[in-house]
Design a protein around this ligand. Structure first.
Ligand SMILES: Nc1ncnc2c1ncn2[C@@H]1O[C@H](COP(=O)(O)OP(=O)(O)OP(=O)(O)O)[C@@H](O)[C@H]1O
Ligand SMILES: Nc1ncnc2c1ncn2[C@@H]1O[C@H](COP(=O)(O)OP(=O)(O)OP(=O)(O)O)[C@@H](O)[C@H]1O
Ligand SMILES: [Mg+2]
Ligand SMILES: [Mg+2]
Lengths: 225, 225
């Protein structure tokens, strides 16, 4: 369902070039639970951004469901991201002027879902991550871990087929972190959602059916899968 | 050096009230290495913000070096923060328009340190956190963990006597995390810096000489110390 063929990503500025990813080849099947690990700066978020069609590779091909993303129009890319992909960002990217509830509703608005249904669903998702009582608060009125949990609820808003998670438990205590991993695991096992999860936390490796190790923009090794 | 007497913090809005901290009593001696742990939303960042004089308690007293912070003028508070306290924020709070080097220089500018000395010192600190080659990049050109390491270098810029760390390794891989903890431990052991460190990561507890456990805004227990 996700395929990377000889993908490289180079960030260029007038002063320097950064090889964030180099000749990455990767195949992730539908229903897989892939865990991506590697040192800080090794290219994990870049890899996830390419798979999530938030950025284009400098060279090589990214294919989602067999279609090369380079061939998709901006409109088609937007639909793909909206309907198929759920993204939990390393920096949450919540809208500061919207409440937790409204942040979770946002992806559903773009999908044309009714106000009544949006609120019902958003409340349910916030309840699942333990934030029902905080739903009317804005992000800056929430703790770091609470913001992270809103971001997780939002990623699930449109029932994604592919769930991309960038350090989803970085700001959570062990208990909340386990609750979040259970939610993600359930999506994978019960609903067949393909999960691609980036983490530094070695204890999360066990959730995946295979592990991809990145170092300096290259795949160092793949275990399982 | 840090004392909290019956401290409470209530966040009020027109719609609701949140008891973030309730009757917290705490004494931290000079040279201590205090580790604060607790679930997401338990009040850790709030506690650190009060100690760092970034916010005032709703009731109770915060004393730094025996002086009640409530009695300090804004000017005195600014000097205290600038000269005595180094703060590693949970969300880094880097200036997006400044390079990594300039972000680390910033606290030194307020202290009137010469350009030459500022640059020398900032480069040294970025070198210590392994970011010398990235010093001219802006925050959005750095990975999450790299941004976190810039925030750590910046907190050390003015040789603080008290180092407040809010999840300093949340976005770092094990190796980078250990390097950062070694830096912080060295500040404590070699330079007698008082360290107050908030973390979810139980493996960091061993660095401290005592552990404060928070739950729902109250101190649940104190071990060691
Ligand atoms: N916009 C950008 N411009 C320039 N360089 C960038 C940019 N974004 C990332 N980089 C660089 O690309 C490399 C990979 O970054 P990436 O964010 O993918 O790493 P990461 O593995 O997610 O790191 P972390 O674990 O710290 O989040 C890093 O060296 C980083 O400095
Ligand atoms: N500005 C604010 N307005 C209203 N409530 C707030 C505000 N900041 C924090 N809170 C609430 O106060 C409580 C404590 O927040 P705090 O950020 O101190 O928790 P924390 O222990 O640091 O959490 P985390 O581990 O998730 O970072 C939480 O319930 C949070 O929702
Ligand atoms: Mg990253
Ligand atoms: Mg916090």
């Amino acid at each position: 369902v996700v395929e990377l063929v000889d993908v490289s990503k180079i960030y260029k500025t007038e002063f320097y070039e950064v090889k964030a990813l180099e000749n990455v080849n990767l195949e992730i099947e539908e229903g897989d639970f892939a865990v991506i690990m590697g040192p800080s700066g090794s290219g994990k978020s870049t890899l996830l951004n390419l798979i999530g069609c938030l950025d284009k590779p400098t060279s090589g091909k990214v294919l989602i469901n067999g279609i090369e993303t380079i061939n998709l129009s901006d409109k088609e890319l937007t639909e793909l991201r909206r309907d198929t992909i759920g993204f939990i960002f390393q920096t949450y990217n919540l809208i500061p002027t919207l409440s937790a509830l409204e942040n979770v509703e946002l992806p559903m608005i773009f999908k044309g879902i009714s106000k009544y249904e949006r609120e019902r669903r958003a409340k349910k998702l916030l309840g699942i991550v333990g934030l029902e009582r905080e739903m009317d608060r804005k992000p800056n009125e929430l703790s770091g871990g609470q913001q992270q949990r809103v971001a997780i609820a939002r990623a699930l808003a449109n029932d994604p087929k592919i769930l991309l998670c960038d350090e989803p438990t970085g700001n959570l205590d062990t208990k909340s972190g386990e609750q979040v991993m259970d939610i993600i695991k359930e999506q994978n096992e019960e609903r067949g959602v393909t999960v691609i999860l980036v983490t530094h936390d070695p204890t999360l490796a066990k959730y995946g059916n295979f592990i991809i190790r990145l170092r300096d923009g290259k795949i160092e090794g793949i275990e399982g899968g």
